[in-house]
Design a protein around this ligand. Structure first.
Ligand SMILES: NC(=O)c1ccc[n+]([C@@H]2O[C@H](COP(=O)([O-])OP(=O)(O)OC[C@H]3O[C@@H](n4cnc5c(N)ncnc54)[C@H](OP(=O)(O)O)[C@@H]3O)[C@@H](O)[C@H]2O)c1
Length: 222
């Protein structure tokens, strides 16, 4: 099933990383218009060119993060947790009234394990909503591996829970998620549930170490 994002240009802040580029690849393949954002215009343009080489009809461009946020109507934040606050502060004013999606997982890894980082706000997505009170923050895609997103032949076959306090914004992102082949969006309720979504991602990463796989989630009973 393929949908166009609800009239939206998708801007991906930190879109030069694995998760942002992977999401871009999947959204472009489904016919969406994407802007890759970066702190460096040159780096953003390089990644956009790379994506175009793989998908010749792609509608993709590259811009510095602030420009990308101003030009986009659906803004994905795909930066590491320790860059979240500064990134949000730099975007403020450019994302007013827009849907802002956090894929961020506050975590760290040692040789033995992956673990959640302590947070003041309960979750990265809740912190983002506090930092951007005039935007509609949505939490989604944390549990989808960038390596899977980037592998064109990999059938995702997973659920993507979507959490937000803004029903309309949640519906836009559920519709967008459903355009990604093999993804079933799940209404994950209010944004406060993002704490479980971020936590279960850390759990999945530990499962991946044990089994040597890339795991995802499927909710049964729906
Ligand atoms: N990798 C995965 O499989 C995966 C899966 C689900 C969720 N996530 C989450 O998605 C987010 C992105 O993951 P990733 O693996 O793509 O991360 P990443 O490669 O470490 O970083 C993504 C991008 O963030 C920007 N960035 C890095 N440090 C920054 C800083 N101090 N200030 C501003 N921007 C900075 C960089 O872009 P520029 O240098 O171009 O500005 C970088 O390419 C993370 O929060 C992660 O927890 C990742």
């Amino acid at each position: 099933m393929e949908h166009q994002a609800a009239g939206g240009i998708i801007a991906i802040i930190g879109g030069t990383g694995a998760e942002g580029t992977g999401l871009a690849k999947r959204f472009i393949a489904a016919g969406n218009k994407v802007i890759i954002g970066s702190r460096s215009t040159e780096k953003a343009l390089m990644v956009a060119e790379d994506l175009k080489r793989g998908l010749p009809h792609a509608d993709v461009s590259g811009m510095e993060n602030q420009e990308a946020a101003a030009a986009g109507s659906i803004i994905f934040i795909t930066v590491p947790y320790d860059a979240l606050k500064e990134t949000a502060e730099r975007l403020s004013g450019r994302v007013t009234g827009k849907v802002v999606v956090s894929t961020v997982v506050p975590m760290a890894s040692s040789n033995l394990r992956t673990y959640s980082l302590p947070m003041d706000g309960g979750s990265a997505a809740l912190e983002l909503q506090q930092l951007l009170p005039d935007s509609m923050v949505v939490a989604a895609f944390q549990t989808v591996s960038a390596k899977d997103l980037l592998a064109p032949d990999r059938e995702l076959a997973c659920d993507v829970p979507v959490c937000s306090d803004h029903q309309g914004a949640k519906e836009i992102i559920m519709s967008l998620a459903s355009c990604v082949n093999g993804v079933r969006p799940i209404d994950g309720g209010l944004l406060e549930n993002s704490r479980y979504l971020e936590g279960i991602t850390v759990f999945l990463l530990n499962i991946n170490r044990i089994y040597g796989v890339r795991s995802g989630i499927r909710i049964t009973g729906i």
